[in-house]
Design a protein around this ligand. Structure first.
Ligand SMILES: [Zn+2]
Length: 144
């Protein structure tokens, strides 16, 4: 039996990610910290919702009871849910970004397969699109 003596280097792509290992580690740290921060926020928002019927602190509870008759309480709840919704969305995107870090595709624009500049990654570390792609999506989204 002949053994294949091929080096299993997977040179499948000629595109090399310009991010250094250190940079990627830095973004991973940032993403994980953001994730924990948002999870805390979402937690406290959800607890607020659950506890709002029990007791608020001090005089506010009687106030909110009266306001509940007028439907204002419902409005507050919906507002809190909306904020939680957005944060869930960001959480999802952060998870996706962490996944891309694991796969080695972090920092690559999903629309053009080009590299997202670090200035953009610094601002939105979970983004999967370069600025042009993002603008195109927003433009298309606004249509209709
Ligand atoms: Zn792009």
């Amino acid at each position: 039996m002949k053994k294949k003596e091929q080096h299993n280097n997977s040179n499948h792509s000629n595109k090399k990610n310009p991010l250094t290992k250190n940079q990627i580690e830095h973004y991973r740290d940032t993403l994980i910290q953001l994730k924990m921060q948002i999870m805390k926020n979402v937690d406290s928002l959800e607890n607020d919702n659950l506890n709002s019927n029990k007791e608020s602190s001090g005089d506010l509870s009687s106030y909110s009871l009266h306001m509940a008759d007028m439907g204002t309480d419902t409005y507050d709840k919906e507002l809190a849910m909306n904020v939680a919704g957005n944060e869930q969305d960001i959480l999802y995107q952060i998870d996706q970004a962490l996944d891309r870090i694991n796969k080695g595709t972090y920092g690559i624009c999903e629309m053009h397969q080009d590299f997202i500049p670090t200035s953009r990654l610094n601002a939105i570390p979970w983004t999967s699109y370069c600025k042009e792609a993002q603008e195109k999506i927003e433009k298309d989204g606004r249509k209709g």
